[in-house]
Design a protein. Sequence first.
Length: 151
Amino acid sequence: MEKTLVILKPCTVQRGLIGEIVSRFEKKGLRLAGMKMTWLTDEILSEHYAHLKEKPFFQRIKDAMSVCPVIVCCWEGVGAIQVVRTLAGATNGRNAAPGTIRGDYSMSVQENIVHASDSPETAAMELKRFFNDTEIYDYKLNNLLSLYAND
Ligand code: IDP
């Protein structure tokens, strides 16, 4: 099992899409291991988007990510990191395939509904950045056999 971090961005909160997006991950069969609302600071966003600090839009994305609180989630499943990236779709909502979250709900590269960790290393780092150990819950889902059979 793998755990990954998803952030429902301010555009998702503002557009009243929280339930709909959470539902996508639930219906896929991922287990919600942690979830909270938090208002991201410039400091945590500078760390989170450090790989983009030379880009001209660095300050703009940090501003967009802090217009209101976000929902941070930890989702778990077999191959969850790639599964969630595939569900999220291409970064630019206008290019993202229909059926993906960004493809279905976003018309923008910046306002693209979700952040999703892109590798096991980033997932581990990002989960630590946004959650304490006590905020991640290891309960069992009763439908594991129906989800994975003998995989
Ligand atoms: P990802 O979110 O698909 O992993 P990254 O390249 O890590 O994509 O970029 C992080 C976030 O920065 C994107 O989700 C998007 O909101 C924003 N972003 C990326 N490229 C651009 C751009 O060219 N203009 C404005 N915002 C961008």
